[in-house]
Write a protein that binds this ligand. Structure first.
Ligand SMILES: NC(=O)c1ccc[n+]([C@@H]2O[C@H](COP(=O)([O-])OP(=O)(O)OC[C@H]3O[C@@H](n4cnc5c(N)ncnc54)[C@H](OP(=O)(O)O)[C@@H]3O)[C@@H](O)[C@H]2O)c1
Length: 269
């Protein structure tokens, strides 16, 4: 399949007010000259990014403030993004986690994880697939999942479950697409240094985190090359192959020890 050609095309990036989404927006603008629709809840951060990218990269940027845990906002975001009929790509990246004992996750926060990471993503995917998956429409959709969707992470149980859903959902849909010029990619990073991993609970794990610039670069590579599934970082990819040969109980048990220790050390501080 032909690679994406992003110059002067409109790309939607959700969760662009910080972290991976913000960095992907920057690289799409500077390195690919793509016009952007950037979405998240924090209007001030999005407007700052719009000003920065329009002046420094010379691209057009539209800001859409939306709470993507809410169906009315996901619907409005997609409707506004496709209204002119020139949307070329979408990266559904917005996501939230909870790091701690699952028994301490309030139900409302669980619902927020589910609504943001799963329900909102499926709702937007449905609308975007019906926009893109028709003859003569060129484009791509990328869902940002996580390695936690392949290898369950204790103390991020709800988050891991939400990302396992996204990995399975996006990978299955990849092969339901009929239009040969439309692709669906699942991007699954390991830990990245962003706002999500800033808290002291992550202190012990900071050495594992990938710089956000590298994660964003590899994300855009996966998107442009229309990959099926993609994990950034050679060591992550090699590690994932080996981990598939190990018993899941061994892997998950070890992961539990590392994460429990990180939590304990954070509590002692
Ligand atoms: N950091 C990691 O270690 C890591 C590893 C694997 C996968 N990922 C995935 O990468 C993606 C980006 O995460 P990140 O690391 O860049 O975290 P981040 O810096 O916390 O960014 C998360 C983004 O999602 C947006 N968001 C959260 N809830 C939202 C809502 N209800 N409505 C609209 N936007 C919302 C946030 O914007 P507002 O707060 O302004 O709404 C923010 O822009 C997520 O899907 C995450 O699961 C991260």
């Amino acid at each position: 399949m032909k690679k994406l050609a992003l110059a002067n095309k409109w790309i939607l990036v959700t969760g662009a007010s910080s972290g991976l989404g913000k960095e992907m927006a920057r690289q799409l603008a500077h390195n690919f000259k793509a016009n952007l629709i950037i979405a998240a809840r924090r209007a001030d951060k999005l407007n700052e990014l719009k000003t920065e990218l329009e002046s420094a990269a010379g691209v057009k940027v539209k800001v859409i403030v939306a709470d993507l845990s809410k169906t009315e906002d996901t619907d409005r975001l997609v409707a506004d993004s496709i209204a002119d009929g020139d949307l070329y790509g979408a990266i559904l990246n917005a996501g939230v986690t909870f790091f701690g004992r699952h028994s301490q996750l309030p139900w409302a926060d669980f619902e927020n994880i589910l609504n943001t990471n799963v329900k909102g993503v499926v709702r937007m995917t449905n609308a975007l697939v019906s926009y893109f998956d028709k003859p003569g429409t060129e484009g791509a959709l990328m869902l940002v999942s996580s390695m936690a969707g392949y290898f369950p992470v204790p103390y991020q149980a709800a988050y891991s479950g939400s990302k396992a859903f996204i990995t399975a959902f996006g990978s299955a849909l990849h092969y339901e697409v009929k239009n040969p010029t439309f692709s669906i990619t699942v991007f699954a990073p390991g830990g990245i240094a962003t706002e999500m991993t800033e808290g002291k609970s992550f202190n012990d794990l900071k050495g594992w985190l990938m710089p956000v610039k590298q994660a964003a670069k590899e994300a855009i590579h996966a998107f442009v090359a229309r990959k099926f599934n993609y994990m950034p970082g050679l060591m992550n990819r090699i590690g994932a192959v080996f981990m598939n040969f190990l018993p899941k109980s061994f892997l998950t048990g070890n992961m539990a020890r590392v994460y429990a220790k990180a939590l304990l050390n954070a509590e002692k501080e």
